[in-house]
Design a protein around this ligand. Sequence first.
Ligand SMILES: [Cu+2]
Length: 165
Amino acid sequence: MLRKLLMATTLCLAAFPALALDYNLGGIKIQSPWSRATAASAPSGIAYLTIVNNGASDRLVKTSTDVSRTAELHTHLMDGQVMRMRHVPEIEVAGGAETKLAPGGLHVMLIGLKGPLKEGASFPLTLTFERAGTVTVEVQVLGIAAKAPGAASPAPTMDVKHKGH
Ligand SMILES: [Cu+2]
């Protein structure tokens, strides 16, 4: 029974494709840049993306955007029982590997938002790699509680189906 339910959930998720917005920069591919909507008074926002590097090892050294004063590279570290964010000067992007900027880990911190990020909107984010150079991607703003692109808001029909279990 549980197995069936899990399978149904998997199928539902598969029916909602991730935002198919990829950007190529030499051997580097940037997949599905996304962000969360922010409350009106929020001083900062967060952006996530996946970097697939099919070329030589590289480093993400700088990010910038016009929606906030600065865009810093951050990571999360456990400090005892407390999860803290910490600024990192660069992010290693190993060759032949995938580097994820995702909730709970590496992310781009948008500090000093010039206005709230609104669900459904998008904004440009410029990424500079030490070797590959610079690429500007369009970041999709998802819901305020989104955990990943494509899994953000299950369609109502899915809930109806699951009520049968
Ligand atoms: Cu942060």
